[in-house]
Unconditional design. Structure first.
Lengths: 164, 437
């Protein structure tokens, strides 16, 4: 109910007790310490989510422009940054957390596409993780990628919205 | 595949390999020899040992917030079992409106979790879709209804829990803040719709095609003289066990199994048991609301359900009950004088259990006289069901060995999915793969 009219929403996903799975949340924390464009308007909202897909579909409702940040398993070198635009390509289900239990980011994006509920502008940043075991703290390459992703998000926000 | 069905191999190994990327975690391994199942090994759950270690040295007040982070799907269950255990150790009783609010927030979590499983994960199995995305192409309104119903569960958790993902408002002794009566009024309006939608869900799931598969389980769940169990009661079983939560460790034990880093829970001297919606339902049918009982009967369920595939109907009945119960609590709610009862630390051991959406969730803590946690034990429902899932597969697979490999894999996945196993808490990355020898 709250925040339904926020134009820009940055959503970090993950669990900080599964090591690199907390990368998306670390990016949120990094952004919270930066000057966000329009932050004091307040048109940019930062939001943390667990990564459960149905909740994610609610979390982006009402936003014009959404940026998701999550840890990924894409087979790349740990710390590699990926940028995906679901309006341009489907999201590979194995890229993000996938299980027979959770309904996760990739499924949320594809289900929203089928139901016509994708945000007007949506970009996903993924950081290749190294260690998803139980515990706290990011592995060094993932920790190093966090400020870089924050930089790229700020650059992205300085650009006009695609199609807008 | 066709040649395979025509000439059945003498020896066959099927691995439903969940792990792919995370070493040492979750997989199903099936070995078939001479047309018979020779071995079933399931390793899907890693117990929350990190959290047990992480809790040592922390204050008793921190346990609800820390354990809520074990699972993104059922944080309230972890909070409730932890506050129950702490209150047991500290000799605190939480009664009246505070107790009712705990039931209310738990109803919210049941709605969220059950609806997610029913609509997004389980229903596609029965309708022959790979996933909810494919199902949504043909049944968009059904999926939309599921999402809307789930959201009402989220609203309850958000209002009472302070936050949706990692609720922070639950504390030992009660809450940090309790809602005003008028805040609950909005929820009531939404819940009336939800109750109707849940009733439709029961009817809809009752019409799904179910395999003819039943087993004689030993069901284990909480039971309370006055209510369908959510956060309180004695531990009972369908074979006559009836103990206070404090005696859990005397009757249940966790066995190390060689092929897994996980532990399998068993009843001492008896073996596998079954926790979760079917166990709760079968042990507590008489405590469901009249509306939920009637819907269950109309759906063709007796007072006991032994077909694990029909757990989707049972989850729907429990969702209906949760909506009904939430409405009752909101209707009768009186704002409490204070949000929590006072709690003073003291040395002792506390035991707590509650009914997580997936079943019995047991916590035990040892505190020193300053209330610092010396030792913690957490037994989640999925580790308790692991052995039962294996036993289901021992029975389920033999009649299906003529199926093509991909079909058999899919059916095995479904048989596992009946338990809504909490794989995501343990193994984030999951890939299914069959190999034959």
């Amino acid at each position: 109910m709250a925040h339904t009219s926020t134009p820009v929403r940055i959503i970090g996903l993950g669990n900080r007790y599964r090591r690199d799975d907390g990368a998306g949340l670390a990016v949120l924390q990094e952004l919270a310490g930066r000057d966000l464009p329009g932050q004091d308007l307040p048109s940019v909202e930062l939001r943390a989510e667990s990564g459960e897909g149905a909740a994610l579909m609610e979390a982006w409702q009402g936003a014009q422009r959404v940026i998701l940040v999550d840890a990924v398993q894409a087979g790349g070198v740990p710390g590699t940054i990926y940028r995906l635009d679901p309006w341009e390509q489907p999201i590979p289900t194995e890229f993000f957390h996938y299980s027979t239990h959770a309904f996760s980011l990739a499924e949320a994006v594809e289900l929203a596409r089928v139901l016509g509920q994708l945000p007007p502008a949506l970009v996903i940043y993924g950081i290749q993780g190294a260690d998803f075991g139980a515990g706290e703290g990011l592995s060094p390459p993932v920790a190093a990628a966090v400020p870089a992703v924050a930089d790229r998000i700020l650059q992205e926000l300085a650009q006009p919205m695609p199609g807008g | 595949m066709s040649s395979e069905t025509a000439a059945k191999p003498r020896s066959r190994t099927i691995k439903v390999d969940y792990l792919a990327r995370v070493e040492g975690e979750g997989a199903l391994y099936l070995r078939v020899k001479n047309g018979q199942v020779a071995d079933v090994k399931l390793k899907i759950f890693e117990p929350p040992r990190f959290f047990e270690a992480f809790l040592r040295g922390r204050k008793f007040t921190e346990a609800p917030d820390i354990t809520a982070r074990i699972c993104g799907i059922c944080p309230i269950a972890y909070q409730m079992s932890s506050v129950n255990a702490m209150e047991d150790a500290l000799g605190v009783q939480v009664e009246g409106p505070l107790r009712e609010l705990r039931r209310l927030i738990y109803c919210g979590e049941w709605i969220e979790s059950h609806v997610l499983h029913i609509y997004m994960l389980h229903a596609p199995d029965f309708l022959g879709y790979q996933d909810a995305i494919q199902m949504a192409r043909d049944y968009p309104e059904v999926v939309q209804q599921g999402l809307k119903l789930k959201k009402i569960g989220n609203e309850i958790v958000r209002l009472l829990g302070g936050r949706e993902i990692h609720p922070i408002n639950v504390r030992v002794g009660g809450f940090y803040r309790t809602p005003r009566k008028r805040e609950l009024a909005d929820l009531a309006e939404q819940l009336k719709w939800a109750r109707d939608a849940a009733l439709e869900t029961v009817r809809w799931t009752a019409g799904l095609p179910f395999p003819d598969f039943q087993r004689a389980y030993e069901f284990v769940a909480l039971r309370h003289p006055d209510e369908y169990p959510l956060h309180a009661g004695r531990i009972v079983s369908s074979s006559g066990l009836d103990i206070p939560v404090q005696e859990y460790d005397q009757h249940f034990e966790e066995e190390h199994v060689g092929y897994s880093n996980a532990l399998q829970s068993v009843l001492r001297g008896r073996g596998a048991y079954h926790v979760g919606p079917m166990a709760r339902y079968s042990l507590n049918f008489d405590k469901l609301s009249p509306l939920a009982q009637e819907a269950a009967r109309e759906a063709g369920l007796g007072p006991v359900c032994n077909n694990p595939f029909q757990s989707i109907i049972v989850r729907s009945v429990e969702t209906l009950y949760a909506c009904d119960e939430a409405l009752r609590i909101i209707d009768e709610y009186q704002e409490p004088d204070r949000p929590a009862v006072p709690v003073e630390p003291r040395a002792g051991v506390g035991y707590g259990a509650s009914e997580a959406p997936r079943g019995l969730l047991y916590h035990r803590y040892k505190l020193d006289d300053a209330g610092i946690i010396q030792d913690a034990k957490i037994v989640p429902p999925t580790s308790q069901n692991q052995k039962t899932i294996e036993e289901d597969l021992w029975d389920f697979v033999p009649g299906r060995l003529d199926l093509p490999k991909d079909e058999l894999t899919w059916q095995c996945e479904q048989a596992i999915r009946n338990y809504d196993p909490c794989i995501s808490c343990a193994t984030h990355f999951l890939k299914l793969e069959i190999q034959e020898e």
